[in-house]
Design a protein around this ligand. Structure first.
Ligand SMILES: [Zn+2]
Length: 159
């Protein structure tokens, strides 16, 4: 078994669409940053890369590379799954927490879970997505952005 952890944070930026776990939030302020700034998928990508011993998201998809400007993070996740499989590993489970004061995420968690499970080719029961606030403390508490943390468990298939 191999375990990996991922963390990411992005600031809100007016005029950008908000995507979390590949799910769009129409009418909500989006996040700034490289690719589509899907902070949840970026944390999961880093957890998968970490568990596989394959470095981090910035090494594989450099933020200053125009190829990844506005990139769909679900596509990046699919590419990371290919890397994990090429390393001879299978994804066993993923757990993640999104930390945000807004928007309210509870009604959308099941959809995020299904979308991530779809890309990873595994049942949604093996993907868990939770949401919490920062209790109005610090930058996240002031609603300046959204953070996410994730863990992934990989295993070597039985021979
Ligand atoms: Zn990111």
């Amino acid at each position: 078994m191999r375990i990996g952890i991922g963390y990411d944070i992005h600031r809100f930026q007016e005029g950008r669409p908000l995507l979390l776990g590949g799910v769009p939030f129409p009418g909500e302020t989006g996040l700034g940053g490289h690719s589509d700034a899907d902070v949840l998928l970026h944390a999961i990508i880093d957890a998968l890369l970490g568990a596989a011993g394959l470095g981090d998201i910035g090494q594989h998809f450099p933020p200053d590379d125009p190829a990844y400007h506005g990139a769909n993070s679900l596509v990046l996740l699919a590419r990371v799954l290919d890397m994990v499989r090429s390393a001879g590993l299978v994804v066993e489970s993923v757990d993640a927490t999104v930390i945000a004061e807004r928007p309210r995420l509870a009604p959308h968690l099941a959809q995020m879970r299904e979308r991530i499970a779809g890309v990873l080719g595994m049942p949604p029961s093996r993907i868990n997505v939770k949401a919490t606030t920062n209790e109005e403390m610090g930058a996240l508490g002031r609603g300046e952005g959204i953070a996410a943390i994730a863990v992934a468990l990989l295993r070597e298939p039985q021979r």
